[in-house]
Ligand binder design. Structure first.
Ligand code: NDP
Length: 303
């Protein structure tokens, strides 16, 4: 069977398997329940990813989507817990509320001030944030680009960059520069992380004086609307990697500029998405899934 057709067949198989497992869960009260909560949530790939992990590892789980009411995150999360839910992935706009709901907050969640995963154990609600480690694993393990000794430019200073900067600095980078439209937000982040390594902040106009970076990461939400952050092409001149955290959009304006300006490699955030899911899976289940087949399945070509 051609690879593309095989991919399509396995894409279709996951929701079917999910349905079958939902049935199994209702019939088998021992099946552990997980879900992703957000609003909107219909687009979420998390059920597909976790169901694929569980199937590959023979783990008996049910994984569903919950559209949390905008004014009722805590009630929805606790209702899921009370219905014997074991854990939640949390996405926009509830990551800060999930952090606040927790009784125990792990370091990455504390640094980010936000949680993208919760674990329910008795009356304990543990909060974690795997976005940053997912990004670093994707860059170093999947894309083969070491961050050690590199100059890294992060565009944006929202939740995703806040979670990403500490694990990037932990890889012994030479310097991380955070550039943001609202410069004060970037300055606040740089100040918070200055004890962890060399990190500076600037606005986009300041980048005009830069000769180039080794790795350029777009952590803004601009690509969601096919908008290019005002980044000068020169920053990509020596880049080993240009990385857009947005996924599933093909060649975004950011990646197109990077490619034209000479970046050696371009990637979107699909690997980050799957790697953060894998970290949550290990945290919940104690077994590590192979991420490669799922990344391949979800990859949209950069064309
Ligand atoms: P936030 O809303 O917290 O932050 C958005 C950031 O984008 C801000 O810094 C904002 O700047 C900046 N921004 C928005 N529009 C523009 C624009 N037109 N030009 C320049 N800057 C702009 O979002 P998150 O940090 O949570 O998410 C950022 C992106 O990362 C999203 O696209 C999200 O989909 C993606 N993401 C991907 C993940 C993955 O697993 N692949 C995981 C998490 C996030 P300002 O401060 O000036 O408003």
């Amino acid at each position: 069977m051609p690879a593309r057709a095989a991919q399509l067949r396995s894409c279709l198989a996951v929701p079917l398997a999910l349905g079958a497992r939902r049935l199994a869960a209702r019939e088998n009260p021992m099946t552990d329940r997980y879900a992703v909560i957000g609003n909107p949530i219909a687009h979420s790939k998390s059920p597909l990813i976790h169901t694929a992990f569980a199937r590959a590892l023979g783990e008996d789980i049910e994984y569903t989507r919950i559209e949390g009411p905008l004014d009722g995150f805590a009630a929805a999360a606790l209702a899921f817990r009370d219905a014997l839910g074991k854990g939640l992935n949390v996405t926009v706009p509830f990551k800060v509320q999930a952090f606040e709901l927790a009784t125990d907050r792990h370091e990455a969640a504390r640094i980010a001030g936000a949680a993208n995963a919760l674990k329910f154990t008795g009356s304990r609600i543990e909060a974690e944030n795997f976005d940053g480690v997912g990004l670093v694993h994707d860059i170093e393990r999947n894309l083969g680009v070491s961050l050690r000794g590199r100059r890294v430019l992060c565009l944006g200073a929202g939740g995703a960059v806040r979670g990403a900067v500490p694990p990037i600095l932990a890889r012994a980078t030479t310097e991380v520069v955070i550039a943001n439209r609202t410069v004060a937000t970037a300055q606040t982040l740089a100040g918070q992380f200055s004890a962890r390594g060399r990190v500076t902040a600037c606005g986009y106009t300041d980048l005009a004086h830069e000769q180039g970076f080794d790795v350029v990461i777009n952590g803004t939400s601009a690509s969601l609307n096919a908008v290019l952050p005002p980044v000068p092409a020169a920053v990509f001149g020596n880049a080993a990697l240009a990385y857009d955290m947005v996924y599933g959009k093909g060649l975004t304006p950011f990646l197109r500029l990077a490619r034209e300006a000479g970046a050696a490699r371009c990637a979107d955030g699909v690997g980050m998405l799957v790697e953060q899911a894998a970290e949550a899976f290990v945290w919940w289940r104690g077994v590590r899934p192979d991420t490669r087949p799922v990344i391949d399945q979800l990859t949209v070509p950069l064309a």
